[in-house]
Design a protein. Structure first.
Lengths: 493, 48
């Protein structure tokens, strides 16, 4: 009995990430009570914009032009392009802009590049800290588009000396984009517009967006005047260190920044593998903070710990859930069936809540990505959820379809289908991985999206996280892969 | 002391008002997903 109870608990634990996700979304309803606007003032600190760039000739010129059109006093803005030993026309483009915008654009070149973004940024930080001009630093990516008001919406929070950093809302901006960028667009509503609002509520931010992070000079000096280069998650280290030092980090949801994200699974896999491995590294490095409440910061709160670990351990929850269901199936089929129902009904309720609320949070992006939002868990998981909430209608349709097709003999394979649904929670990750493997093969352009729509984009992200565990356990070399940019990003209407 | 833009005070206040209003609207909008969840629970309880 004890063994069975443990198995049931492990099955239900499979729903914990989505339950915690729902809790995170519920907190958004409280966001309006925790806004920082009462401490804001319309200030325009002298801001140094740091853009690390390696072979960004395609996008860097337009990016600088757009920065020069920000609603911000031009005399208080200096753009520093930190050229990481580019081999394309990046230096020429930047020098051209330096001539066009005298005193506002600077080209800093590293003689030897390829060490990663943190090293590149540190080259720029050293330069801007060498005199007293800079009062704030904006770190951004070469391709992102700041909406004209974004920077000033962020700087107003720095009027509060308790605030060390401010981050904006990074939205996926490739238009028309493809099926994958639309999945990412929806993911960014949940991971940025939604999750960071709830992190504002609990006053603990997990990560400043790499493409839009504003720091006060005091904060940059407090973290040692440089970005940590020892992990693959330099933005997260900066964020956590800032808060551990007692400074506040604010997410400003109305400062919108459009970014180009990978348009292929291979590109996405590389990017997310770097992020996931970075998160594994950061978890170990900051092991003294988790679930240990502290008077100086909120990173030790139970809520923040739950948010962090549910995301990090989601593949483990899925594998445990599936393994427990299968074990239960062989020792108590009826109990397995009930546990399965409890798990998937919970998943369905959480999915319905999160998806519908996310689409309401950012309706502008939602118009573009609502199909991918619905199909985020994949077609098979959607059918399983449907079977869990309304088994009789689904059974009726299935049996009549089989009869219509003259295949009613297949009904006797019901137990195989049952076992398949138990395995699916974990197996979906493996199937999603196949999409990556298939992408570069014959007909991969058509097969890969099909696999993701069937297995789920969420499962693909979990597969990446699982891959990150494996790489970290193996001690695989940590390389810094740059995401390819093509300049497809535009400001959405 | 951070530089300020004196002429922008009115628009600043207006922007803050709009932002607060938007955030408040999200608190109201949460009723819709909660109603959806309630509807699904009812469907389940009705024994489909």
């Amino acid at each position: 009995v004890i063994f069975k109870s443990i198995l049931v608990v492990l099955v239900i634990a499979g729903a914990i990430p989505l339950i915690v996700g729902s809790y995170q979304f519920l907190l958004i309803g409280w966001h309006f009570r925790r806004l920082h606007y009462a401490q804001c003032e319309p200030i325009f600190p002298r801001t140094a914009i740091l853009i690390p760039a390696w072979n960004e000739a395609v996008v860097i010129g337009a990016s600088i032009d757009r920065l020069m059109r920000l609603e911000y006093p031009r005399q208080n803005l200096r753009v520093f392009v930190i050229d990481d030993a580019s081999t394309d026309a990046t230096p020429d483009v930047v020098c051209d802009r330096a001539v066009r915008y005298p005193g506002a654009v600077y080209h800093l070149r590293r003689p030897v590049g390829g060490q990663g973004k943190a090293h590149t940024l540190n080259h720029g930080l050293e330069a801007v800290l060498s005199d007293d001009w800079m009062q704030a630093v904006l770190i951004m990516d070469a391709d992102v588009i700041f909406e004209p008001d974004s920077l000033r919406l962020m700087t107003r929070h720095l009027a509060d000396s308790q605030v060390g950093s401010v981050t904006g809302y990074i939205a996926e901006g490739a238009r028309p984009g493809n099926w994958l960028t639309r999945f990412i667009g929806y993911e960014y509503i949940t991971a940025q517009a939604a999750a960071r609002r709830s992190q504002n509520v609990i006053a603990a931010i997990a990560c400043l967006a790499g493409g839009a992070q504003l720091h006060s000079r005091a904060n940059i000096e407090a973290i040692g005047g440089r970005i940590d280069a020892s992990t693959l998650a330099e933005d997260t280290v900066t964020t956590l260190t800032t808060q551990l030092n007692g400074a506040r980090v604010i997410f400003e949801p109305h400062a919108v920044v459009w970014a180009e994200e990978p348009g292929s699974i291979t590109g996405l896999w590389k990017q997310r593998m770097r992020w996931a491995r970075g998160n594994v590294q950061v978890t170990g490095r900051f092991r003294q903070i988790w679930f240990r409440p502290h008077t100086g910061h909120r990173l030790g709160s139970v809520s923040f710990g739950l948010f962090w670990f549910c995301l990090l351990l989601q593949p483990i929850f899925m594998i445990c859930g599936s393994a427990s269901l299968i074990t239960l199936y062989f020792i108590d089929q009826s109990l397995a069936w009930h546990a399965f129902h409890a798990l998937w009904i919970t998943n369905l309720l959480a999915y319905a809540f999160i998806t519908s609320y996310a689409l309401l949070i950012d309706t502008r992006t939602a118009r573009h990505v609502w199909r991918q939002a619905i199909l985020f868990p994949g077609v098979i998981s959607l059918i399983i959820m449907l079977a869990a909430i309304a088994p009789e209608p689904l059974r009726y349709v299935t049996y009549h379809t089989l009869d219509f097709l003259g295949a009613s003999g297949l009904r006797r394979y019901g137990s195989v289908v049952e076992l398949f649904t138990y395995v699916w929670l974990a197996a979906s990750m493996g199937v999603a991985y196949l999409a990556k493997a298939a992408e570069t093969r014959f007909l991969g352009r058509f097969i890969s999206p099909l696999i993701i729509y069937i297995a789920g984009y969420g499962s693909l992200l979990c597969a990446v996280t699982f891959g990150a565990y494996v790489k970290e356990l193996r001690g695989a070399e940590a390389s810094w892969d740059k995401t390819e940019k093509t300049g497809r990003v535009t400001m959405s209407a | 002391m951070m530089p300020r833009e004196p002429s922008s005070a009115d628009s600043f206040e207006e922007e803050i008002r709009q932002a607060v209003s938007y955030e408040r609207s999200l608190a109201y909008k949460i009723v819709i997903p909660l109603a959806l969840v309630a509807a699904l629970i009812v469907i389940r309880l009705l024994g489909f």
